[in-house]
Design a protein around this ligand. Structure first.
Ligand SMILES: CC(C)(COP(=O)([O-])OP(=O)([O-])OC[C@H]1O[C@@H](n2cnc3c(N)ncnc32)[C@H](O)[C@@H]1OP(=O)([O-])[O-])[C@@H](O)C(=O)NCCC(=O)NCCSC(=O)C[C@@](C)(O)CC(=O)[O-]
Length: 302
């Protein structure tokens, strides 16, 4: 399969990147981050989540953040909605896309959303139907498609099973997420292939955390299968509250550098993206996790 010539990136930094942050991040900072990402050319941004503020306090300003962003035509703003309560709350903020999120691991499903895989699908079904009736796109995040912090290795069959359930309730596209970053290229390909039994190539994206330094290799493995949608996090921000020790997604800067180096178009201005990463890293008072950002900043400093 020839490699794709263009790639679409969803920056999940404002949501996945910040949800686990212990220090309060004011809504104004999150809004500014979204603005800087869109100014850098991102066409899809995962802004926030409508989940329980007791479970994920950092996202409790969801409505304020969504109300504060300056929308740009052609940019898709997505939010996570695990159930009807979240969807109804999100509706007022007019997201372009909602994300239901399930797991290929029973244990992770219980820890993350307090229900079994089967129950999660029952919760998603009315959310998906309501969103589609309102003309809102629906994405499904599939966590732990390679490994789970509680169950260990996850077989591709479990990924295929979840993808089939997502498809069955009308989820339009799905993310193959390596939540704890233990995936290696061939195992990630197996998870993607299991998903491709239910979804077309154009509707499958890769979401790779970089905990074990495998995320770019896994991206290349996904590109080899023809996947051209990916999620990443500016400055490599992030981690999941229910996956201890898991670090952030692959840094968007590193992903863009690799893709541009391979002649694959992303529509993103790397310098502006690095500035966006510097903005949030400056606020958090720690260096960016992006190796590319570190290298470029050192070069800029002369
Ligand atoms: C899913 C729930 C809400 C179920 O939580 P639950 O306790 O089973 O829900 P419940 O229906 O029994 O309600 C209990 C309480 O939660 C409230 N509640 C119920 N629903 C909502 C809602 N939508 N928004 C706000 N509040 C809500 C509800 O009002 C009630 O409040 P109380 O009466 O006790 O004051 C809970 O488990 C939760 O919020 N979990 C957090 C999940 C989360 O955000 N995880 C991180 C994101 S997933 C991720 O990072 C992985 C991903 C996507 O990036 C891909 C990857 O890398 O793997």
């Amino acid at each position: 399969m020839p490699l794709p010539t263009r790639v679409k990136i969803v920056d999940v930094g404002p949501r996945d990147g910040l949800q686990n942050e212990k220090q309060p991040v004011p809504a104004a900072v999150k809004i500014e981050l979204v603005h800087r990402l869109q100014d850098a050319g991102l066409k899809e941004i995962e802004v926030t989540s409508y989940v329980s503020p007791k479970w994920v306090p950092q996202m409790s300003d969801n409505a304020e953040v969504m109300a504060g962003i300056r929308r740009v035509a052609g940019v898709r703003y997505s939010v996570l909605t695990p159930n009807m309560q979240g969807f109804e709350a999100a509706l007022a903020s007019r997201p372009d896309e909602i994300v239901v999120f399930g797991a290929a691991s029973e244990a992770f499903s219980q820890k993350n959303i307090n229900c079994s895989i089967a129950e999660s699908i029952e919760r998603f079904a009315p959310v998906v139907a309501a969103a589609r009736a309102q003309g809102i796109a629906v994405r499904g995040a599939m966590s732990c498609t390679v490994g789970c912090p509680y169950e260990g290795d996850i077989a591709p069959e479990k990924v295929g099973y979840l993808a089939g359930l997502m498809k069955g309730v009308g989820v339009q596209r799905v993310d193959v997420a390596d939540t704890i970053g233990v995936g290696t290229p061939r195992r990630v390909q197996a998870a993607i292939e299991a998903t491709l039994a239910h979804y077309a190539l154009d509707d499958v994206s890769g979401h790779f955390h970089d905990t074990y330094g495998q995320a770019l290799a896994n991206t290349l493995a996904a590109l080899e299968l023809g996947v051209w949608n990916f999620q990443s996090s500016v400055a490599g921000l992030g981690g999941c509250p229910y996956a201890k020790g898991a670090t952030g997604n692959v840094a968007t800067e590193d992903l863009v550098f690799m893709l541009h180096g391979m002649g694959i178009d992303t529509g993103i201005d790397l310098d502006k993206l690095i500035d966006a990463g510097q903005y949030i890293s400056g606020f958090l008072q720690r260096p960016s996790n992006s190796r590319v950002a570190k290298a470029v900043l050192a070069k800029r400093a002369g």
